[in-house]
Design a protein. Structure first.
Length: 577
């Protein structure tokens, strides 16, 4: 029997002190020194997996201590840059045995009764150490793993393993898929947003918004899962962050070195409730499921972190803004990219942002970043047309689906343009001027018009003799798109330069800039047609009538006579009739 290895006291993951010193700590020491340390990891996946465990422990400890909905207590912890060590120590003392990695009865997040015919090597705990070489994280080919590394591997396997179950439509049953088929893991391929304040204490406080649910229990307070595949609806973030999405049993020698493991299907969370219980993820407003790293055309959605604002924002944003006041913080946005059942890459981006935009209730940031996304998309389309030299939609030559070459080129083009736009975005999101978004957006448009002519001369002129499609048309299309997007970015309002007119408050008390928004007409849905003064007013109606997560961009995207079918209705501008 292996010796005891309790994750509360034994050092097993790396952190960095404020003076730059690196060391390993256990759960108790990490909580006690949280204001002076940051988690250090080779990959964003590892850091996020450990942070979710520590955040779940702290949130559950506060709940047990009676701080279910106590913002004042959290504000005091934030100002002191520490966690509630008294509550955590009391809680960990009560559940200390459940954190022993090799306990014979209840090993940490394991099923000691699990046996399989062919145990896997211990290194396969890491999702990038499977049977095929990944493109991103480096392989770890050790035959055995120390207990601390095995504990990290369990957290990674629970968070990022892509295999699982899918409910059978209409039958209420669940079946195990073919190995390698991606399902809605947790967070799996979903885009995750994590605060990076420079302090582990403040990171945890920011990512765990109140109120808490007294019935939200972590895995160590539940019975061992032995039922195979199970589809569950987590009670809250604590249960969601500790779900045993894999049933695992480690096989270690007397010294605690893990040589192999048994693993099979476990608990799979219902993806339709992911946004409601996990404050780190973003909802895809069109599907009602988490927003994943790539969409149907292979375009990366993680660049920049403000991308997902075109859908919904993570729930911790407003909570963090409440804690930190009007300051600048950093937000890391990352997602796992899979090659079948192996993590091939963990792309991410770190963006500074003023807390005001985290809690923006006027949707200015959502609309502005949606406009930035459309500008970048227009750039990608222009480069695609010049490079491939044809006046067709992407994928026409392949029966309607984008070819691998087109998808790869689009991703590289998007990455290039976003690197160029990053300085503009950082200035827009950190500038204390309330008009910074609109001013920055117009700066981007001006820069893009200048840059596109340079790209046109460099790429298009040599292609004229080879291609039948006139590259000049691609240039004209992009310039027209830039003008159109800048004209309509803010619900039909053009931002006014700060040196001209003074914004005047409307009857509702909010300042309006430039011309009035365009009226929108709703039709369909077995309801009489209705007219709204703006897309924002239409969103207010949707939120009052069963669509609490409705957003303006899917509605305000209609222009020049086109219609939108967002939220089960048909929308059009009134002047498009």
């Amino acid at each position: 029997m292996p010796r005891e290895f309790n994750l509360i006291h034994e050092p097993w993951f790396r952190v960095m002190l404020r003076d730059g010193t690196n060391m390993k700590v256990g759960v108790a020491e990490a909580i006690a020194r949280a204001g002076d340390i940051m988690i250090v990891a080779d990959h964003a996946a590892t850091r996020l997996a450990i942070m979710r465990l520590l955040a779940a422990i702290h949130a559950r400890a506060l709940t047990v201590a009676g701080h279910v909905d106590d913002p004042a207590h959290m504000q005091g912890l934030w100002d002191a840059d520490r966690l509630d060590t008294d509550a955590v120590d009391t809680y960990l003392h009560a559940w200390e045995r459940r954190f022993d990695l090799f306990d014979p009865e209840r090993p940490f997040i394991q099923d000691p009764s699990l046996r399989v015919a062919w145990p896997k090597p211990a290194r396969t705990l890491y999702p990038w150490n499977r049977d095929r070489a990944p493109f991103g994280p480096a392989l770890d080919m050790r035959d055995t793993l120390p207990p601390g590394d095995a504990a990290v591997g369990i957290l990674l396997d629970m968070a990022y393993d892509t295999s699982g179950i899918k409910p059978a439509p209409g039958k209420g049953l669940a079946y195990a898929p073919v190995p390698g088929v991606r399902c809605d893991g947790w967070p799996g391929g979903a885009v995750a947003w994590v605060p990076q304040t420079g302090s582990l204490a403040r990171d945890i406080l920011a990512m765990t918004p109140m109120p808490y649910n007294t019935g939200d229990l972590p895995v160590w307070e539940h019975d061992i899962t032995t039922d195979g595949e199970t589809l569950v609806r987590p009670a809250g973030m604590v249960q969601a962050w500790t779900l045993p999405t894999r049933r695992i049993n480690l096989h270690a020698d007397e010294d605690g070195m893990v040589r192999s493991m048994s693993a099979t299907y476990g608990v799979v969370p219902d993806p339709t409730v992911m946004y409601d219980v996990d404050p780190l993820v973003t909802l895809n407003a069109r599907t009602g499921r988490p927003l994943y790293h790539v969409d149907d055309t292979g375009r990366p959605l993680w660049s920049p972190p403000a991308w997902a604002w075109a859908e919904t924002r993570p729930r911790w944003f407003a909570w963090a803004a409440r804690l930190m006041g009007d300051t600048v913080t950093r937000v890391e946005c990352s997602a796992a990219v899979y090659d079948q059942s192996v993590i091939a890459d963990m792309p991410g981006m770190l963006m500074p942002i003023r807390s005001r935009w985290l809690a923006d209730t006027g949707d200015d940031a959502i609309l502005c970043m949606g406009a930035v996304r459309r500008l970048a998309d227009a750039w990608v389309r222009m480069i695609r047309r010049i490079e491939f030299g044809v006046g067709r939609r992407v994928g026409d030559a392949a029966g309607g689906s984008p070819t691998p070459g087109e998808m790869l080129r689009d991703q590289h083009t998007m990455a290039d343009i976003m690197r160029d736009l990053t300085p503009f975005l950082e200035q827009m999101l950190t500038d204390p001027d309330p008009d910074a978004l609109g001013i920055g957006l117009h700066r981007i448009g001006t820069w893009m018009k200048t840059r596109v002519r340079e790209e046109f001369e460099e790429r298009a002129i040599p292609a004229i003799s080879k291609r039948a499609y006139p590259p000049a048309r691609a240039l004209f299309t992009l310039l027209a798109s830039v003008d159109s997007i800048l004209e309509e970015w803010h619900d039909g309002e053009r931002p006014t330069p700060r040196a001209t007119t003074q914004a005047q408050p409307t009857a509702s008390g909010h300042a309006r800039r430039g011309r009035a928004p365009k009226p929108v007409i709703r039709s369909g849905g077995d309801l009489p047609d209705a007219r709204f003064d703006s897309a924002r007013q239409a969103v207010e109606w949707l939120r009052e009538n069963g669509r609490p997560k409705a957003a303006a961009p899917p509605i305000s995207s209609v222009c020049n006579g086109r219609t939108s079918s967002a939220y089960g209705f048909t929308w059009r501008f009134a002047d498009a009739e």
